[in-house]
Design a protein around this ligand. Structure first.
Ligand SMILES: O=C(O)C(=O)Cc1ccccc1
Length: 364
């Protein structure tokens, strides 16, 4: 019997194996006694933590070049009130290097069956060994100087007609995809490693995935291009989810104080060590409602580090606002700056939710 599972230490992550989320999960929990369980979707990770079948969940939240993961923001917005107890307990940063993975043209020709006539002839044409198509994206009126990709394919990719990946990956690899795979059909799937699994089942060899090298290895695929992300230093931030009742009053082992704990004499200057996430809705008919809300954070000297919005789901053209700020909420009645600001925010907004406070993992 699995002792980690028996003790209830279960981490749900966006799988399958070899997703970037899996790699982030191993970075944080790999050397601890945790039972690590793949989930099919980000939604399933939220649901497992909310239901208590997992004690922790790991989900992608934001990319350094492509911005927020909209699925995750929408689950935090929680229009259906399915996750009332979910809070963020920690953040994980992971460098992300995307590959185009699939079958090389010669191999694809071998494995394609005679009945796959259109793809077979396509593959035959592509046996030209020149690795590169043009590499130059066509200038258009809206993009007169399209960005040049940072790398060239390692093998011919002219046989690729379909590309599968998580929607986040498209936005991180725009230059490469535009230059080399403009005509290929793009298919959204639940994760980058799921994309590699799908490609491995395509016997015609005309499909590829944008995923990690690890996902290529695990699924027996060739790396057709490596490092296809638009920006050097491409990195994704993941959140560790918990249930609010499991973190309240709990002392975070990696910090000197509780994330939300009852440490009465902690100083607010430690705000630089922590971050918090808050969502709120305002009365859209009231001029200045958003400005009034943000003024509360200013009044209490709370530095906002990001602001996002998503449709609220309650009514068309109504939004949920998300702010991240430096500082942490303390135990109720503990009087920290964030606690006071939240009380005040409650008087100027329609609804708000504290979505967690955690130790900041970057130095700046
Ligand atoms: O974890 C994955 O593999 C995902 O599909 C989410 C994702 C996508 C792109 C960059 C980082 C995480």
């Amino acid at each position: 019997m699995d002792t980690a599972r028996e003790k209830g230490n279960v981490v749900a992550f966006l799988g399958p194996k070899a997703s970037y989320t899996h790699q982030a999960t191993l970075q944080k929990f790999g050397d601890q006694n945790f039972h690590i369980v793949p989930m099919t979707s980000i939604d399933d990770v939220f649901a497992a933590v909310q239901a208590g079948s997992a004690t922790h969940g790991v989900v992608p939240f934001e990319n350094s070049s492509n911005g927020p993961v909209l699925f995750t923001l929408d689950l935090f917005a929680d229009a259906d009130k399915r996750h009332p107890d979910i809070v963020v307990e920690a953040e994980i940063y992971l460098p992300v290097h995307h590959c185009l993975v699939g079958q090389r043209a010669a191999k694809a020709l071998h494995t394609a069956k005679a009945t796959d006539a259109p793809s077979l002839s396509q593959v035959r044409e592509d046996l030209d060994t020149s690795p590169v198509v043009s590499g130059a994206a066509t200038p258009t009126q809206t993009a007169p100087q399209p960005a040049r990709p940072r790398v060239q394919p390692l093998h011919s990719i002219k046989h690729i007609q379909h590309v599968h990946s998580h929607p986040q990956a498209w936005g991180q690899c725009k230059a490469f995809l535009t230059a080399y795979l403009k005509q290929a059909e793009k298919h959204d799937v639940s994760s980058t490693s799921r994309a590699a699994e799908i490609v491995a089942t395509d016997s015609t060899g005309v499909s590829a995935a944008v995923s990690s090298k690890l996902a290529a290895e695990l699924n027996g695929l060739d790396v057709l291009a490596e490092g296809i992300e638009d920006t050097q230093g491409n990195s994704t931030r993941f959140f560790v989810l918990r249930r609010r009742q499991d973190v309240e009053g709990h002392v975070n082992a990696s910090s000197t104080e509780g994330v939300n704990g009852p440490v009465a004499n902690a100083h607010d200057d430690q705000a630089q060590l922590f971050k918090s996430l808050i969502s709120f809705t305002v009365d859209h008919a009231e001029p200045g409602a958003l400005a009034d809300s943000l003024a509360v954070f200013k009044k209490h000297g709370l530095n906002l580090t990001s602001i996002n919005t998503r449709p609220s789901g309650a009514r068309p053209w109504n939004y949920v606002f998300f702010v991240e700020l430096m500082g942490r909420k303390r135990g109720d009645g503990d009087g920290g700056k964030v606690n006071v600001a939240l009380d005040e925010l409650g008087r100027v907004v329609k609804t708000y939710r504290w979505l967690g406070s955690w130790e900041k993992m970057t130095k700046d």
